[in-house]
Design a protein around this ligand. Sequence first.
Ligand code: PLP
Length: 561
Amino acid sequence: MIEIIGPLVHATAGTTATPAADASAAKPAPLQKQLIERLQQAILTGRLPAGSLLPSSRLLATEMGVSRNTVVIAYEHLAAVGYVFADRKGTRVSTLSSPAARGTPRAPSAAPEIAYASRVSQFEATRTHTENLYALTPGTPALDRFPLAAWRRALERAMERALPLALGYGTPAGEPALRDAIAAHLRVARGVRCDGAQIVITEGAQEALNLCVHLLSNPGDVAWAEDPGYRGAKAAFNLGDLSTVPIPVDSEGMDVPAAAWRAHPPKLIYTSPAHQYPTGAVLSVARRLELIAQARRCGAWIIEDDYDGEFRHTGEPIASMQGLVDDAPVLYVGSFSKTMFPALRIGFVVLPRAIAEQAAVALQEMLRGGHRLEQLALAHFIEGGEFGRHLGRMRRLYRERQQALRDALAEHFVSLFTARFASHVTSHAGLHAAPPQILGGDCGMHLTLRLPAWLCDRTLVERAHAEGLNPRALSGFALRASGETNGIVIGYGNTPAEQLAPAIRVLAALAREIEGEAVAGEPREASRSVGKSAAGGALKSRVKAGAEAKPKARTATTQRP
Ligand SMILES: Cc1ncc(COP(=O)(O)O)c(C=O)c1O
C-alpha cells in the first residue's frame, strides 16, 4: 500500500511512519488526515480502482506504522462520504463517476480548460486594485481626510442600539432609516423627487446598475452607453446579455444622433449627466429634456449615474435629471464611494414610484438585507450632520487640489507642449501643433487631458505607472476605437496639492521623452517601463535635477500593500 499511497509523516520528529523518511515536510498534518487524503487521491486518480479491496485495518496500520484506530477512523470517514463501502470481504473502493467528471491529473502548471459563458470574454482588464493607492488615481477620494473618529462613534452607536437584532437579515431594500435619510438628503442637495420607499440600498453603484439591468431588460435588448464612458456600465450591460450601442459624447455631454432612436431603439440608457465620466462634460438642459422626451416615447429607461455630483466646483449645483420633470423615466443611481470611502460598498438606486411598488416582490426575492450596522451608522452620520460637514470640507479640498493641478498642467505641460509642437511641426510631418486640451472640472475629483495623436496615452500611462503615478488612459474608456479618445484622466482626489506639481512635471518629462522618440522615428515598445530602462534612469535624474524633488510614488498617507 505504501507504494500506492506513499508514506505518512509523523508530526513529532518530522520523520515518516515508514523507513522512507520525508524530512521535507515541516508541519505535517495529523496522520489520520494524511491517510484520508492519500487514499482519496489514490481512488480519484484510479491508482486504487473501483471494486479493489483495501487491506484490513490491522494490516494497513502495521504497514504504515500507525495505530489501528487511525486506520479504522480513516476508513469510516471514507465510507461516510462514499469513497469506499464495506462488504462481506472487507472494505472496497466504490464506483465513482466517469474519470472525466473526477478530473484527470494534469501538470500543475497547465491552465484548466473551462468553458466560460460567452459574456466573460467581453471583459478587459483595465486596472488592479493596488494601483488605486498611487498618486493621480481617478475616482479615489482623500482617504486620509475621512473623519474616522466620527464614523467610529456612529458605528458604536449603531452597535449599542441595534444589537443583537441587527445581526439578522434586514429588509431586502435596505435599512428604512438609511433610505429615509438618503431621500431627505437627495431632495435638498440633488433635487431628486423621492421618498425612502423608492430607494433600494445596494453594494455600491455597481450593484445598482446590475439591478436596473435585471429589473428592466431582457437578454438581447439594446442599451446605450456613453462613449467614452464608465466601464462599470458596460460590465452591467454585458452581465445582462444586452447589446451595447456606443453614443458619442461632446462638450455638452451625451450627443445622441437623431437616427439612433429609430435605428437602435434602446431599452436602457446609461448617462452621467452631472459630470460625464471620464470627459467631465455636463449634459445640457436641452439634451436632458430631449432625452427624457424620447425615452418616454420609445419606452426606454434612463439610468442617471450621479457618482460625484455632490462635488460641484463652479456655479450653482446642477439638479438631477430625475427631478427635472414629473415622473421622469429615470432611475437615479448614487454611491457613497466618493462621498464617504469606496470600501464602504454602499450605493443606492431611486426607483420611479411605479417600479418601486410593482417590483417589490421581485426585489424581496433578489436581495438580502445585510451590512445593517454600517447602514444604520450611515443613517446616523447623515441625520446628525457629519455627512454634510464632511462633504463641505471635501468640496473645498478638491477645489484647491483641482486648482493646483490646473496650475501644474499650465506650467509644466500645456505651455511646454505648445512651444515644442511649434518647433516640430515644420521638421516632422505628421505631428500636429494643437496643444493638449483640459476637459471637465466643473465637478468631481479628476480632470481629463486630451493628447495629440502622436503621444499615445497608453504608452504615457504605462511609463507613469513605473514612476508610481496612476493617471488612466482615456482610450481605455472608449467603446469604439477612435483617435479622438487619446488622453489621460488625472485624479486629484487622493493626491495632496503639494504633490501635484512634481507629479505633473514627471508626466511632462515622460511625454517629452515619447515626443523625442516620435521625432526620431524610434518609438520604444510600450511595455518597456521608464523605471527599468536606461532612459528611465536618465529621466529620473532629470526630474530630480529640477527645481522640485521627484514626486513620491504614492500618496503621503497610503502605502502599497
Ligand atoms: C462613473 C462612476 N459611477 C459610479 C462609480 C462608483 O461605483 P461604486 O459605488 O460601485 O464604487 C464610479 C467609481 O469609480 C464611477 O466612476
